[in-house]
Design a protein around this ligand. Structure first.
Ligand code: NAG
Ligand code: NAG
Length: 205
């Protein structure tokens, strides 16, 4: 192998090792199925949540200050969803802001007997499905929430995972973080793929 090939190969390895986890968490086999919050009370879940840690995903690439605001749509009693944040990158640790990002959606509960299994969609054009894609794994409503989503890819050989640890207080680790992660690990979710979402110098709303 020549010098150029070696450089290309090394670059590919660097991208796969460092960039890919920020774009997607892909694991072999079918999706893990963590249990969800028992007796989930959506009224208590409404309001603002801040991302404390998350799995890398391509739609939030470089998004810091991530937050979610949940309310009620008067028309159909579905949950209104606003996901917002600031896209910025760092040069030697100094943040350079690209701009604010936000997306509006709505959430429903396809099976009322499973209130912690929600379907979130971000466009009226997005094909609606009764398959839940937002699982509230656990929450104490006042401090933290753990959200998981996963798609098994065709053929069942790989699955694509999404996870968020949310807090009511911006940028403050939940007191139960170790137990939260132990529970996720017990459900076969790789908590080493979680990274802390920067919540410093964020716009107040
Ligand atoms: C859900 O929480 C709201 C607000 O705290 C409360 O009024 C309601 O009774 C709760 N619902 C259930 C089924 O516990
Ligand atoms: C973790 O799992 C245990 C056992 O199911 C449960 O009692 C606990 O509430 C869970 N969450 C935390 C943060 O400890």
């Amino acid at each position: 192998m020549g010098f150029k090939e070696t450089v290309v190969l090394l670059s590919v390895c660097v991208v796969l090792t460092y960039a890919t986890p920020r774009l997607a968490v892909i694991k072999p086999g079918k999706c893990p199925k963590p249990s969800v919050q028992a007796n989930f009370n959506r009224t208590e879940y409404l309001g603002t949540w801040y991302e404390y840690e998350r799995f890398g995903n391509w739609f939030q690439i470089l998004v810091e200050c991530g937050r979610a605001e949940y309310g009620v749509n008067a028309a159909d009693q579905s949950i209104s969803v606003l996901n917002a944040g600031t896209r910025r990158f760092r040069v030697f640790g100094n943040p350079i802001t690209i701009g604010p990002v936000s997306i509006v959606g709505k959430a429903t509960t396809p099976d009322p007997t499973k209130p912690a299994e929600l379907t979130v969609s971000f466009s009226e054009f997005q094909p609606t499905s009764d398959t839940p894609n937002y699982f509230v794994v656990e929450t104490d409503y006042k401090n933290y929430a753990v959200v998981f989503s996963c798609d098994t890819l065709p053929g069942n050989l790989l699955n694509l995972q999404f996870a968020w640890i949310l807090t009511r207080e911006r940028g403050v680790a939940p007191a139960d973080l170790a137990a939260i992660k132990a529970n996720l690990s017990a459900a076969n979710i790789d908590v080493s793929k979680l990274f802390i979402v920067n919540q410093e110098n964020c716009p107040s709303s």
